[in-house]
Design a protein around this ligand. Structure first.
Ligand code: ADP
Length: 177
């Protein structure tokens, strides 16, 4: 499913984000960048331990990543050039608007790096417990708002793991974007 917003191509697809061809893939990370399970675990398994090592080094230097914030590492053996680790909110603990902030910060970082494509997973909808529709609304609004200001980023992918997430995201993006 494809949308065009502010001249930027926005593509919703079903699949495994570690297989996606993009300049950067976004990780749904925690503040300590300890990549245990979920999409983070898959990224380190496929990309290699270097991603976890660089993440620990980042936290040693800068401290934990705030909720809504991002950190960048290389992507090891993945096809992407970078992994942008974005920390979404834990639903019921931090406000869901922090998810929009994480998406805007990831897009800003991709612009700084001069990237043309970026792929997001459904941040906060796994271990962090946010419902698909609320998370999709945050992502769609953040992308819609940021798109007209993007210069280098021309393609944004949202990669959904499973049919239920895919259908929910399509429904919300159609209404919002
Ligand atoms: P969070 O802690 O932010 O909730 P999770 O990694 O637990 O992060 O889950 C975020 C979303 O990523 C969930 O919807 C989960 O189904 C999905 N996911 C898990 N593995 C992958 C993968 N390999 N590719 C894309 N999405 C994935």
């Amino acid at each position: 499913m494809e949308f065009k917003v502010g001249g930027v191509e926005v593509v919703l697809m079903k699949g495994d984000i570690t297989e996606v061809e993009a300049d950067a893939i976004v990780n749904a990370a925690n503040s300590y960048l300890e990549h245990g399970g979920g999409v983070a675990g898959a990224i380190v398994r496929k990309g290699g331990a270097i991603i976890q090592e660089e993440s620990r080094e980042w936290v040693r230097r800068h401290g934990p990543v705030p909720v809504g914030g991002v950190a960048v590492t290389s992507a090891g053996r993945l096809r992407a050039k970078y992994v942008i680790h974005a920390v979404g909110p834990r639903c019921g603990v931090e406000p869901i608007e922090k998810l929009g902030e994480a998406v805007r910060n990831a897009l800003r970082k991709a612009e700084e790096l001069g990237l043309s494509s970026i792929a997001f997973p459904a941040i906060s909808t796994g271990i962090f417990g946010c419902p698909y529709d609320a998370a999709a609304l945050q992502m769609a609004q953040a992308i819609k708002e940021a798109a007209p200001q993007l210069r280098s980023v021309r393609r944004i992918m949202v990669v959904l793991y499973g049919e239920e997430a895919f259908q929910k995201f399509i429904e919300v993006f159609k209404k919002t974007i």
